[in-house]
Write a protein that binds this ligand. Structure first.
Ligand code: EPU
Length: 417
């Protein structure tokens, strides 16, 4: 497995452009299954999770091309309704085929995703919602077997705010008979991006971005050509990294409306931020004031930025309380950061981070995507040479991360397995 080797202590300088959002691209690519027209998507990041998605779409009978950052999908010949274990195991978001398959083919056989490093991550709310819309669902031999005569619109209340759950049901409802109302729906920008793409296909959706989304079913959807929104988590990661290492970097191609919670907290650390609608200029002397955070569904502070913020707080002046309210096991990076000299105590869903004067390099192990990003950040500021093992997690969700850091002046290289 590839490793990253990072010599810490270089301030970052220059300009970096943000890629398309992984978590917007994934549901939008799956939504192409809802039509027999040829869909075209621009600004798709070249990531492992995107390649896995295309592999799954092709397995289902869709024809896909991926050139540069543009993907086309022709699901006219979709013939198969099964998402096999080997693909779902690689990428949990494969569960997003359920809604489109049921809507278009009226049946789906999808391997039940297991837990992952950050939590148990059940999909009970996806399944309950589809059942309420008339689907018959059975769990057999590790697979969700779902079938339906015709999906019917219903009012569905989510007990817990779920991003992919909202996306799955929103996609299923586009071709259902009647009106579906999703209550306590997720409000993430990725939900709005999916709704926009679906509207471009002729879907009738309103209320996305609020906690109540209404979808009036239509008989058919048509092809769409659309562009994926910028990745707010990648942007936030670069903002936090520059705050940590010190330096002056302009982060371009972002949508700063989506970054408010993160920028607010980074500003409180004493970092200077100049924000325009699509850019953030970050200037830092590396002196970080400690700040508390609590992860929340959007528009709160994103769980996908918690690990990176913890790396920043590891060298803060003072104490920071970090509460993780979304996933029950998303502190796996703590033990690795401690191996680099961080002073962190975890109690339940809260980590108390006492800032230290400096981190020191160590060999560390990446355990999930965002944890990997936090270890890379820690390596950028640690004294000595840090080796981050198992970087395939990083390749799942950050496009050319080490290249981007290198261009900003970081001493970072990849050792191929
Ligand atoms: N939950 C349930 N039942 C369900 C669904 C969710 O109890 O049926 C719980 C989960 O266990 C969790 C909470 O609800 O405690 C929120 O989970 P959610 O369903 O919102 O997470 P997700 O849709 O599986 C997406 C992102 C994650 C991101 C979370 C939270 C995608 C493909 N994934 O996951 O992204 O952390 O929302 O914002 O959109 C990442 O990119 O690194 C990543 C993990």
């Amino acid at each position: 497995m590839d490793k990253l080797i990072i010599e810490g202590g270089h301030a970052l300088k220059g300009e970096v452009a943000i890629s398309g959002a992984k978590n917007a691209a994934l549901p939008i690519l799956f939504s192409a299954l809802l039509t027999d027209g040829v869909c075209t998507y621009h600004n798709i990041p070249r990531l492992r999770d995107i390649f896995s998605t295309i592999e799954l779409l092709e397995k289902l009978g869709a024809r896909c091309t991926f050139e540069g950052h543009t993907v086309t999908i022709d699901a006219g010949g979709m013939c198969c309704h099964e998402a096999p274990y080997d693909l779902v195991r690689k990428m949990r978001a494969s569960v997003l085929v359920l809604g489109p398959l049921l809507a278009r083919l009226r049946r789906a056989r999808v391997s039940l995703p297991g837990g992952c490093a950050i939590g148990a991550r059940p999909i009970n709310l996806h399944l309950r919602g589809l059942e309420r819309m008339g689907a018959k669902i059975e769990l057999e031999h590790g697979y969700v077997e779902a079938s339906v005569e015709k999906l019917r619109g219903k009012a569905i209340y989510f007990d817990v705010v779920t991003v992919t759950g909202t996306e799955n049901l929103m996609m299923a409802a586009t071709l259902a008979e009647g009106t579906t109302i999703l209550r306590n729906a997720a409000r993430e920008p990725e939900i709005v991006a999916l709704a926009e793409a679906l509207r471009g296909m002729g879907a009738r959706i309103s209320g996305d971005g609020s906690e109540e989304i209404t979808i009036e079913g239509v008989d058919r959807l048509k092809a769409v050509e659309t562009t994926i929104i910028p990745d707010r988590i990648e942007a936030g990661t670069f903002v936090a990294a520059v705050a940590l290492t010190g330096g002056s970097v302009t982060i371009t191609n972002c949508d700063t409306r989506h970054l408010k919670a993160v920028l607010h907290k980074v500003r409180l650390t004493g970092t200077q931020l100049d924000v325009t609608p699509d850019q953030v200029r970050v200037q830092s002397d590396g002196q970080i004031a400690s700040v508390d955070i609590k992860t929340q569904p959007y528009p709160g502070f994103p769980t996908d930025m918690q690990a990176q913020f913890m790396a920043l707080m590891a060298v803060g002046r003072g104490l920071s309380m970090i509460s993780e309210t979304i996933f029950e096991n998303r502190f796996i990076h703590v033990s690795e950061l401690k191996r680099m000299g961080a002073d962190i105590t975890v109690s339940g869903d809260t980590a108390l981070v006492k800032g230290v004067a400096h981190l020191s390099s160590a060999p560390v192990m990446a355990s999930d995507l965002r944890a990997s990003a936090s270890l890379v950040m820690a390596g950028l500021v640690a004294q000595g040479s840090t080796v981050v093992n198992r970087v395939y997690h990083l390749d799942r969700g950050y496009e050319a991360m080490e290249e981007k850091f290198k261009r900003l002046g970081a001493a970072i290289s990849r050792e191929k397995a």
